[in-house]
Design a protein around this ligand. Structure first.
Ligand code: MLT
Length: 302
């Protein structure tokens, strides 16, 4: 029997796994165990009773890991549980960057009363012409669950895929995805790719990794996609690269006001994992991990 607090709404299919013997509390201070999605735990006083925090999602930058370690609070996340949702949006982002679908939709909205819309369409077809992604080179930085899924999907779309991850070997990368050409230096991703997507956790080592130096190494007209964390990208460097045309498009899942209105930016409100399926998977995995730890002491963060 333990008391749990949900800091964010978590999918019902996960909450249903808590049997009646567990008490859901309203106050954080009363909790033995906490479930959280992306709300920040940083400014909250960690109760002495707290034994575990489960994050229904991959990134744990909203949790004060050092403080938790000091207090012996175990932190779980749900790696891979939302990887499919994110993968699908990364592919959609790449296609939206290549083809001006959004420009086309906006144009139809504006012209919908135009009796000569059929004639005007001929001009629109030229104005909104785009490119194809087949045959282009995609660089993936970070070959975790999401990076590997993106690699496999992009290969099926006919892209050449280069992958970089300092923490895995060439053999491991090959086993994860037979379609990745494993690159040993991130610099080669920057210099060889038409599309670059980042799938790494936010740490002191990765913060602002896409900075002025990285951008200078990139090909002209590159498309950069960020579905990981906004501060992985130095926004001033990004803004000037968009302004001078070095970067053609920045597709970001983070509506940071500084870049949101800039030319060439496609921005969405952190929707990568916002699918029913991903939310269900994360909730189920997080609750199972939490209960298994609280009941049996098992640390099962797979
Ligand atoms: C994650 O870290 O898994 C993502 O940011 C998804 C989310 O929590 O919305």
């Amino acid at each position: 029997m333990f008391k749990y607090k949900c800091l964010n709404p978590i999918a019902k299919v996960g909450l249903d796994l808590f049997s009646d013997e567990y008490e859901r509390v309203e106050e954080f201070a009363e909790a033995d165990a906490v479930l959280v999605r992306s709300a920040s735990v940083h400014d909250l006083e960690l109760p002495d009773t707290l034994e575990a925090i489960a994050r229904a999602g991959a990134g744990v930058n909203n949790i004060p890991l050092d403080k938790c370690a000091e207090k012996g609070i175990v932190v779980f996340n749900t790696p891979g549980a939302n990887a499919n949702g994110v993968k699908e949006l990364v592919i959609a982002g790449m296609l939206l960057a290549a083809r001006d679908v959004i420009g086309g939709i906006n144009w139809v909205q504006k012209e919908r009363e135009n009796p000569d819309i059929a004639k005007a369409t001929e001009k629109a077809k030229k104005a909104f012409a785009g490119n194809e992604i087949e045959g282009k080179t995609l660089g993936i930085i970070g070959l975790g669950a999401i990076g590997v899924k993106v690699a496999n999907a992009a290969t099926h779309l006919g892209m050449n895929v280069l992958g970089y991850d300092p923490y895995i070997s060439v053999d491991a990368a090959w086993n994860l995805s037979r379609s990745i050409k494993h690159i040993k230096k991130v610099e080669d991703i920057y210099s060889e790719c038409d599309y670059i997507t980042i799938h790494v956790p936010l740490t002191d080592g990765t913060r602002q990794m896409i900075n002025q130096d990285a951008i200078e190494m990139m090909k002209d007209d590159v498309v950069v996609l960020n579905f990981s964390r906004d501060t992985l990208v130095d926004e001033d460097a990004m803004l000037s690269a968009l302004e001078n045309g070095k970067i053609k498009r920045y597709v970001t899942d983070f509506p940071n006001p500084k870049v949101a209105n800039a030319k060439g930016v496609l921005v969405i409100p952190h929707l990568g994992a916002s699918t029913e399926e991903s939310e269900d998977n994360c909730a189920v995995m997080a609750v199972k991990e939490l209960v298994d730890y609280m009941e049996n002491g098992n640390v099962n963060n797979s």
